[in-house]
Design a protein around this ligand. Sequence first.
Ligand code: HEC
Ligand code: HEC
Ligand code: HEC
Ligand code: HEC
Ligand code: HEC
Ligand code: HEC
Length: 228
Amino acid sequence: MTEKTAAPDRRLFLAALLGAILLVTLVVGMLAGCSPKAPAASEGNGGAASTEASADAEDPMANQPVNWTMESDCATCHTTEAASATDTACPQDVAHEAEGITCVQCHTDEAVLSTEHANVTYADKPASKATVDTVDPQTCISCHGDLDEVAKLTADSTALTDDKGTTVNPHERPEGERHDEVPATCTDCHNNHSKDLSKDAMKYCAQCHHRGVFECGTCHELRERSVS
Ligand code: HEC
Ligand code: HEC
Ligand code: HEC
Ligand code: HEC
Ligand code: HEC
Ligand code: HEC
């Protein structure tokens, strides 16, 4: 009789212990995920460690080395970016998919990519925001032309309109000292996988302008804002 009740008790205790260990692993993993961005590579690996541990139990292949190359099947791991190619809410990627443009035609910086993938496993969770530059704006320009050329296409665009109704062509800002000092490049605004290009572009402007106001000098003397 006692045998029968003791056994489930011990199992219950073991299950609770395992649960507690999993919880601690999870919390540590979350803390690592929230830590400052600075060392991007080690952050990814730190966050990955906990994912590995839990995925390990389900999938023994999870920890196998990846031996990443430019010919790897990117979509296996980058499911979000692969999905944007068929999501009509992401017109840029849908347009490029229709042209048969592959990942590495835009993500050309093999050196940076190799470093990023040096220690990845199939269990690692890729970043959902760009933390490194691997797309050369010259690639965009080689197909679309430079700012002057694309500015002609967006002469009637109202995508960048501030709260006072001032509209600016995203590819042709008014001349100004700071605009000339810090010229915009394609990837400052365009993320191929984004659902909201206008919002991304506004975010770029808001590095210097207050949100919703393009003008300067009407409220206070011109003061410099540093650009991150
Ligand atoms: C037409 C060019 C283009 C193509 C094709 C493309 N990307 Fe991107 N991708 C970009 C740009 C631009 C960004 C934003 C980069 C930046 O801000 O520096 C980006 C961002 C990313 C990021 C960073 C996370 C994010 O979503 O912002 C990943 C990962 C990524 N792409 C993977 C892929 C994969 C995998 C494919 C193929 C399935 C792919 N890309 C195809 C241009 C492209
Ligand atoms: C085995 C899974 C896997 C495969 C296959 C893979 N990646 Fe990744 N990739 C990752 C992980 C995980 C990271 C994040 C690494 C880190 O944070 O240190 C990453 C990072 C990236 C980044 C940087 C995102 C950022 O932070 O800005 C880009 C761009 C990218 N991958 C593109 C590609 C492309 C292009 C391919 C195909 C040639 C590819 N990846 C294949 C798992 C993979
Ligand atoms: C290999 C050539 C090629 C490269 C590289 C390329 N594009 Fe494209 N892109 C095209 C073609 C072709 C189309 C579809 C026809 C068109 O709209 O011009 C297109 C469409 C677009 C569109 C319009 C999507 C829509 O709303 O219909 C945008 C925006 C765009 N590309 C931006 C970019 C940016 C930014 C880059 C660099 C990250 C880039 N492209 C890289 C060829 C390219
Ligand atoms: C690097 C900082 C910076 C960025 C980024 C920036 N601006 Fe500006 N902008 C300024 C400054 C500073 C002025 C004041 C004129 C000058 O000295 O350049 C200005 C002036 C302007 C003006 C004229 C305002 C007036 O009082 O007549 C407009 C319109 C404008 N910017 C729109 C934009 C838009 C739209 C974006 C985003 C696509 C943008 N700017 C991005 C710094 C910036
Ligand atoms: C300041 C942000 C910003 C920069 C920098 C920028 N773009 Fe754009 N681009 C936009 C916005 C916003 C739109 C959408 C305009 C609209 O739909 O009204 C756009 C639209 C486009 C389109 C579609 C035009 C059409 O309607 O047919 C192409 C192609 C494009 N951009 C290419 C580029 C290229 C190439 C570069 C670099 C030389 C570049 N862009 C730089 C913000 C930007
Ligand atoms: C609609 C009124 C208004 C306009 C237009 C305006 N500002 Fe401001 N700005 C403010 C207010 C309000 C503050 C906060 C109080 C203060 O420090 O004066 C501020 C603060 C600042 C600061 C110091 C704090 C910070 O956020 O860094 C800088 C720098 C600045 N503005 C730069 C600019 C630049 C550059 C422009 C034009 C691109 C501009 N402002 C246009 C109202 C405005």
